[in-house]
Design a protein around this ligand. Structure first.
Ligand code: NAG
Length: 480
């Protein structure tokens, strides 16, 4: 509920700025972005960050609803989207000057503002433009029914992005009935492939990615470019600069990596812009006002320098009275290190939960246990650290909290080695792959906030995620 209120406030501010903008630029068309998001996820926040950045008027439908459209990343579905729009777009159907641009939200980032979008749209000479991709999905047998395209163009409709006059879009959306569990892409495909309907609404496909870049099957087609302190996506095959970048289908890690840079999130000239946004400040607080943290330490293998490790935890600049300790030790060899650490510091901490080898708890169970303790103690954060992760900077915990992200890991490195505690990419089997920017990041040539597919060793998780993370660890999910 809290989220929703804040979120409405956010939209109000956007509408206000756009009102001013349209007067100033004397555009004769209004542009409204519409999307659907049932939960305020990091993905939705990323979408809104980008629409906000470019002063776009964005409206999100479906917040708080139960999603009935299935898992659209991996299978057919999504009819629920059309049904939500049927209801929500009615109020716009008679606004002749209004152009609506629908995109998905969790896997979409905008890279330009109203003027660019309208100019590009008008070049199509269409009433409605759909995004295109290289796969004919979900019914490949329809491929031959599509109009032909040139060799470098994409032939098939993707319903994750479309733009058009409100009136025409409303007619298309209400043309037929669709079940929540039916496929929305098939719904629009069938309409598009019907030549009479295609002409009636003057529908076109964005075969060159002038507006919409669908990334699935096209990762090699797009690259990030920088111009002074701005970043944008560039399609090297068609020479276009798409405004909507969509990580459709099963390529989320690649899209997430790409999106780190988009909407000026990171630029060659100014470095990390996103790092400066939505941060909080806690270091000026009085000791007893600091957020409470469950610091959980894991000793899973015999590891050198465990004493130093513990001393560094004790040296973190953070009031111990606001830290609940959780220790899981599976290794007899470390008993004495932990005993002497506790002897020295135990009384200063808010509480301590200690699991020793004699308790016979496995790693996955222990990690799940830490999540439970975090929840039980109502801690605002869980900071998980493995014994090999020497936290050399005492400010680390405060720095991580002040960055105000849901899940955040500091980068750990080994001198002169390319090892780190994150992966920049994953391969098809879900295993390590090296991303284009991995080395620059590990060597700190690029400093920033990076959305990556895998982290380990040390990380901070916001307490609000504990319910979702319940029993998340299993023997299989713990690599090594
Ligand atoms: C901190 O993050 C939360 C969740 O992303 C957000 O709602 C909140 O506004 C952020 N705080 C500030 C001060 O920006």
């Amino acid at each position: 509920m809290d989220m929703l209120k804040r979120y409405n406030f956010f939209i109000d501010v956007l509408i206000f700025t756009c009102g001013l903008y349209s007067v100033a630029s004397l555009e004769d068309n209004e542009l409204k972005l519409i999307t659907i998001g049932t939960d305020v996820t990091d993905g939705l926040r990323r979408y809104l960050r980008s629409t906000n950045k470019y002063d776009l008027d964005a409206e999100v439908f479906g917040i708080g609803m139960d999603w009935k459209g299935g898992d659209v990343a991996n299978s057919a579905g999504g009819g629920h989207k059309v049904n939500i729009l049927k209801k929500e777009l009615e109020k716009y159907k008679d606004q002749e000057n209004l152009i609506l641009m629908f995109t998905d939200s969790y896997d979409v980032v905008l890279t330009a503002g109203k003027q660019d979008i309208l100019e590009k749209f008008k070049k199509f000479n269409a009433r409605v433009v759909f995004s295109a991709e290289g796969f004919c999905w979900p019914d490949p047998s329809l491929a031959a029914s599509y109009p032909e395209v040139k060799s470098k163009e994409k032939r098939f409709l993707n319903s994750g992005g479309y733009v058009g006059y409100a009136k025409d879009l409303y007619e298309i959306i209400t043309h037929r009935s669709i079940k929540d569990t039916d496929d929305d892409q098939l719904y629009f495909t069938n309409i598009f492939l019907d030549e009479t309907l295609r002409k009636k609404w003057n529908m076109k496909l964005d075969v060159k990615s002038e507006l919409f870049q669908n990334m699935h099957g096209a990762q090699g087609d797009v690259t990030i470019k920088f111009k002074s302190d701005h970043s944008y996506a560039y399609n090297v095959i068609t020479g276009t600069t798409p405004v909507v970048v969509h990580g459709n289908g099963p390529i989320k890690p690649e899209f997430n990596r790409f999106a780190n840079y988009l909407a000026d999130g990171w630029t060659t000239q100014n470095g990390c812009q996103a790092c400066k946004e939505e941060t909080i400040s806690i270091r000026e607080l009085k000791d007893d006002e600091f957020p409470t943290v469950l610091v959980s330490l894991f000793f899973e293998q015999p590891t050198p320098f465990a004493e130093d490790f513990l001393e560094r935890i004790a040296n973190l600049k953070y009031p111990k009275s606001r830290i609940d300790l959780f220790i899981h030790n599976k290794v007899e060899f470390h008993n004495k290190d932990i005993a002497s650490f506790l002897e020295k510091y135990n009384d200063m901490y808010r509480s301590a939960t200690i699991l020793m080898p004699s308790d016979g708890i496995y790693e996955a169970a222990a990690r799940n246990w830490a999540v439970e303790v975090c929840k039980q103690k109502n801690d605002q954060y869980l900071f998980s650290v493995d014994v090999y992760a020497q936290i050399t900077d005492p400010e680390t915990l405060i720095d991580l909290i002040e960055q105000n992200r849901t899940v955040l890991a500091p980068i750990l490195s080994r001198p002169y080695k390319l090892w780190s505690n994150f992966w920049g990419a994953v391969n098809k089997d879900g295993w390590y792959a090296r991303s284009e920017d991995y080395i620059d990041i590990v060597e700190k040539k690029k400093i920033g906030l990076w959305n990556v597919p895998y982290i380990t060793g040390a990380y901070l998780i916001h307490g609000s995620l504990m319910e979702e993370l319940r029993d998340i660890y299993s023997a299989e999910s713990l690599l090594e």
